[in-house]
Design a protein around this ligand. Structure first.
Ligand code: GLN
Length: 445
């Protein structure tokens, strides 16, 4: 059924960049046989799903939607895919994304952007736009994406689905092609909260192959039914600045739903949020410039055909292989790390990172979790992101703070704007407390 949906709709949505029909059918057949024998199935067994193109799959092209990794087939599976594969998940294919996960519209992909199933003239969001488009369009039961500064939550919000970014260190990054290692985290994009909770419980496991991975500190599924009576929900004024009208209205309605569920809304302030965007773009670019140094035409993917020496080869490979946005970030990152500028930019941003972390810790002394918009607007029209990089960066204002401090957050649909496009609300939890935000999202849903 899903393969039929892909055949019918992927031409318009551009959600998948690679479809693995044959192996999907084989994997499904095994599950069928098991069912015929009357054996019970595990939670993800036989469920057709998709992976973002930056999650390594052994022997299967994993190109990060970059020309530089064209044809690259990893020799090992990412931890998350290993877990899912071993538990009988059925992989339908790899999904479109912004090149190396750098972008907010999926349009920096070398394969062209993924479209929004609610309106094909709008983007699916980014960077995990393909996975969001696939799930919202009925082309997969769920997708696995990565979130460095909002790449799961923002496309989930734009496409009207659920997207969870777990606490930094909850899910193994082993085999996730790195963008900014101290921010990157893998998580699910699903059509309902229960699926997100179920996948969190499956995926959040300690992994010695990722030294920052400690696994889950809570169980999500058994806590979905908890009552919200007496729970304190922080409303930080800074998140509500400059929202589009439709988003503002939907968020106000969500707050009254929580009031009627017995929760208390607590107005708070986190002024440090104003530092979040510059801190994110300085640190993420710095880490990216280092992580992307490995694409030299020798170890992975594509190599320039004509060159005169090794330096010329590297230069030609990187010039032709990376797209404009990736080059911009490598340049920015190299600049903020260079002697003479390091103290003014990189070091200062690191100090501010600590300050923002402390501000969130203080905020959580007054409440159990925060409610905020996921994005100040609904899905952009196609081409918006290509116009002005800084303007596009600014739309990440509500999603980047939690990546800076490592907290869990999820986006849940909470209505539509005046043009019928979905609006997402964001629930932000204490470190290790995915159960609380999933519970709150489930009660809302
Ligand atoms: N839009 C953000 C960026 O361009 C987020 C990307 C991400 O989370 N991978 O960096």
């Amino acid at each position: 059924q899903y393969l039929d949906a892909i055949a019918e709709k992927n031409g318009g949505l551009n959600a998948y960049t690679l479809v693995t029909a044959q192996t999907a059918l084989e994997a499904a057949k095994k599950v069928d046989e098991k069912l015929a024998r009357g054996e019970a199935l595990g939670p993800v067994e036989g469920v057709p799903m998709t992976l973002k193109a930056n999650i390594s799959t052994k022997g299967l092209e994993t190109d990060c939607c970059s020309k530089i990794l064209e044809g690259y087939k990893p020799v090992y599976d990412a931890a998350v895919w290993q877990t899912l594969r071993e538990q009988g998940a059925v992989l339908l294919g790899k999904c479109n994304m912004d090149e190396f996960a750098m972008g907010s519209s999926c349009e920096t992909s070398c394969h062209g952007g993924a479209k929004n199933p609610h309106d094909l003239s709008r983007v699916a969001g980014g960077s995990s736009g393909g996975a969001a488009s696939a799930v919202a369009g009925g082309l997969a039961a769920y997708g696995i994406g990565s979130d460095t500064g909002g790449s799961i939550r923002q496309p989930a919000s734009f496409c009207g689905i659920v997207g969870l970014k777990p606490t930094y260190g909850a899910v193994s990054r082993y085999g996730l092609i790195a963008y900014a290692s101290s921010f990157d985290q893998i998580g699910p994009l699903t059509s309902c909260v229960e699926d997100a909770a179920l996948l969190f419980d499956v995926l959040a496991q300690k992994d010695p192959r990722d030294s920052t991975c400690v696994g889950a500190r809570c169980k999500a599924v058994p806590n979905l039914q908890n009552s919200l009576k007496g729970k304190k929900i922080g409303i930080a004024a800074e998140y509500f600045d400059g929202l589009r009208e439709g988003v503002q209205t939907a968020l106000e309605q969500a707050q009254s739903v929580y009031r009627s569920l017995g929760a208390e809304l607590v107005p708070i302030s986190i002024p440090e949020i104003k530092y979040a965007l510059p801190v994110y773009y300085i640190l993420a670019c710095a880490e990216a410039s280092s992580n992307l140094g490995r694409y030299d035409g020798i170890r992975y993917g594509r190599k320039a055909e004509h060159y005169t020496g090794v330096n010329d080869m590297i230069e030609k490979t990187r010039s032709a292989g990376f797209g404009k946005e990736v080059k911009r970030r490598i340049l920015l990152g190299t600049y903020v790390l260079s002697a003479g500028y390091y103290d003014a930019y990189y070091k200062k941003a690191q100090l501010l990172r600590r300050k923002i972390r402390r501000a969130f810790q203080t905020a959580f002394t007054a409440c159990d979790f925060l409610l905020a918009p996921t994005v100040p607007m609904t899905a952009f029209p196609e081409g918006f992101s290509g116009q002005d990089a800084v303007e596009t960066y600014q739309t990440d204002i509500c999603t980047v703070p939690v990546n800076i401090v490592g907290l869990p957050a999820l986006s849940v649909p909470c209505g539509c704007d005046e043009s019928g496009m979905p609006v997402g609300m964001q629930l932000i939890g204490k470190a290790g407390r995915e159960d609380m935000i999933l519970n709150a999202a489930y009660q809302y849903e």
